[in-house]
Write a protein that binds this ligand. Structure first.
Ligand SMILES: *Cc1c(COP(=O)(O)O)cnc(C)c1O
Ligand SMILES: [Zn+2]
Length: 444
C-alpha cells in the first residue's frame, strides 16, 4: 500500500475533493478546471535529498515502471496506481541537446534544447497520455463501464492517445480538424487503430463536439482539460533539472497553444521547490504564433481580460488554438514565475527553425516559434547573454515534412526562406560536378 495519496480539487478553490478514478473533468460548483492535489505532508516526510537519490537510482532502470521518465516520479504523479495497470512506452528520458553553436549565433551560448519530441509518438504529449490511459485502465479493471477514450486534437494528442490506447487494448476515438494536421499526424492514429473522425471545422470546433460526446460517461475525455495529463507533463521540468544535477536553469522557453504544457511545467517546478529539491525558480517565456495569439494579447492587457480569437492558419498547427482551455492555470503560472509572453510571425518561426537546423537540430514549427521568441527576448535584453536557457522542443521535426519541404522549396506563404538549401540537379558529368562543387565551396 502506498502511503502517498492524490485527489482532484477545484483549481479556483471551491470546496470538495474527488477521487482520481471518478469520471469528473470540471468543478461541479463553478465549472472551472480541476487539478490533481497531493498529500504534501506525507511527501515531506522524505527529505529533498532523499527524493533526489531515489530519482537518480531509478534513472535508466528496467524495474517496471520506474525506468519511464514519468513513472520515475510515480509518488509525485499518481501514487495509487497499481504498477500492473501502468501503460508506459518508456516516455520521458529525452535528451538535452547542447545547442552551443546556435546559442552563440543568437547571443546566449549556454543554450540547451530539451528534445521532448524524441518520444514514442514524436511529441511531448506522451508524458501526459501515459498517466491518463493508466488511470483509465485501472478504472476499467475496477469495473467502470468505459467503452472508449476520446479527444479533440491538433494532431499530436490524437497520435499519443491512439498509441497508448492500442498498447493497453482500450478503444480510442479522435476528432481532428479536417486538413489542419500534418499527413504524419493523420496517419499515426489510423495506424494504431483509432476511430478517426476528420471534422469540417477547426480545433476549437472539434473540442466543442468532443465535450458533448463525452457527456456520456462510457466515453472518457482525454483532453488536457482533464488534469491527469498535466500530472505527467509536469515531469518535463523535473527531468531537466535532474539532468543538470539539480541545478535550475535561468529560463525555460516553451511554445504554447491550449496552455496545458506551460501550466504543467510550472506545477512540477513548484512541487520541487515545495519538497526541498530546489531553492529558486527559473523564469518562463511562453511563445505564441502571431496567427493564434490569445494568450499574448491577454498578457499585453496585464491579464485583466481574457482574450479569445478565431485562430488563423499557422505553420505551427499544433498551437493553432483561439480559446485555450488551461488559460487560468497558465496565468497563475506566469505570475508565479515572473513570466513573459512573446509572439512570432510565420516568417520568424520558419526562419528560426531553419537556422537551428543548420546547427544540427531538426526542429518542428512549434519549436521554431520558441526559438524565434528566444531571439526576440535576447534582442530586447530580457534574456541576458550569461543566462542558461532551456528551449522545450515539443515535437519531432520528422512529423512536419511538408513544412521542411515547403521551406527549402521557398514555397511557404509569408516566409522569405533565408536558409533555403534546395538540392542541385545535375547531369551525371564529372566535370560539371567538379565545377559546381568548386563554386559552392567558394561561397560557403
Ligand atoms: C500540444 C502541443 C503544443 C502546445 O501545448 P499546449 O498544452 O496545447 O499549450 C506545442 N507544440 C506541440 C508540438 C504540441 O503538440
Ligand atoms: Zn470550482
Amino acid at each position: 500500500m502506498s502511503t502517498y495519496s492524490a485527489y482532484f480539487r477545484c483549481f479556483r478553490g471551491c470546496p470538495g475533493q474527488w477521487s482520481l478514478y471518478e469520471i469528473i473533468y470540471t468543478c461541479p460548483h463553478c465549472g472551472g478546471l480541476l487539478e490533481v492535489a497531493h498529500d504534501t505532508e506525507a511527501l515531506r516526510k522524505r527529505s529533498g535529498s532523499a527524493w533526489m537519490r531515489l530519482f537518480e537510482d531509478r534513472a535508466g532502470t528496467t524495474v517496471w515502471p520506474f525506468g519511464s521518465g514519468v513513472w520515475r516520479y510515480k509518488e509525485w504523479v499518481v501514487p495509487s496506481l497499481d504498477d500492473e495497470n501502468i501503460v508506459s512506452t518508456f516516455e520521458g528520458n529525452t535528451n538535452l541537446f547542447r545547442a552551443t553553436r546556435l546559442g552563440e549565433q543568437i547571443g546566449v551560448p549556454d543554450l540547451w534544447v530539451k528534445q521532448s519530441g524524441n518520444s514514442h509518438t514524436g511529441s511531448f504529449k506522451d508524458l501526459g497520455m501515459t498517466v491518463l490511459v493508466s488511470v483509465v485502465k485501472q478504472m476499467i479493471r475496477q469495473g467502470k463501464p468505459i467503452r472508449a477514450i476520446a479527444c479533440a486534437s491538433t494532431g499530436d494528442t490524437s497520435a499519443s492517445l491512439a498509441a497508448y490506447g492500442a498498447t493497453a487494448g482500450i478503444p480510442t476515438i479522435v476528432f481532428l480538424p479536417q486538413g489542419k494536421v500534418s499527413r504524419e499526424q493523420l496517419i499515426q492514429p489510423i495506424a494504431n487503430g483509432a476511430t478517426v473522425l476528420a471534422l469540417d471545422t477547426d480545433f476549437d470546433g472539434c473540442m466543442a463536439i468532443v465535450k458533448e460526446v463525452t457527456r456520456d460517461n462510457t466515453i472518457y475525455l482525454a483532453n488536457s482539460m482533464n488534469s491527469l495529463r498535466i500530472e505527467g507533463q509536469k515531469t518535463v521540468g523535473i527531468e531537466v533539472v535532474q539532468q543538470f544535477d539539480w541545478e535550475v536553469p535561468d529560463w525555460f522557453v516553451i511554445p504554447v497553444g491550449n496552455l496545458g504544457n506551460i501550466s504543467a511545467l510550472g506545477k512540477g517546478l513548484l512541487q520541487m521547490k515545495e519538497l526541498g529539491l530546489i531553492d529558486r525558480l527559473p523564469r518562463l517565456a511562453a511563445a505564441q504564433a502571431a496567427n493564434a495569439n490569445p494568450f499574448y494579447q491577454a498578457y499585453l492587457n496585464g491579464f485583466r481580460e481574457r482574450v479569445q480569437v478565431k485562430a488563423r492558419t499557422t505553420l505551427a498547427s499544433a498551437i493553432q488554438i483561439g480559446n485555450p482551455v488551461s488559460y487560468e492555470k497558465a496565468v497563475a503560472t506566469l505570475q508565479a514565475f515572473d513570466g513573459v509572453v512573446e509572439e512570432a510571425t510565420e516568417h520568424e518561426l520558419a526562419d528560426a527553425a531553419a537556422m537551428a537546423d543548420r546547427t544540427g537540430l531538426y526542429t518542428c514549427p512549434h519549436t521554431g516559434v520558441a526559438l524565434a521568441v528566444l531571439i526576440k527576448l535576447v534582442k530586447k535584453g530580457i534574456i541576458r547573454p550569461h543566462e542558461r536557457v532551456v528551449v522545450i522542443s515539443t515535437a519531432h521535426g520528422l512529423k512536419f515534412t511538408q513544412f521542411k519541404v515547403g521551406y527549402h522549396d521557398d514555397k511557404l506563404e509569408g516566409v522569405e526562406a533565408h536558409y533555403a538549401n534546395p538540392p542541385i540537379y545535375l547531369p551525371a558529368d564529372v566535370d560539371i560536378v567538379r565545377r559546381t562543387l568548386d563554386r559552392k565551396l567558394k561561397t560557403a
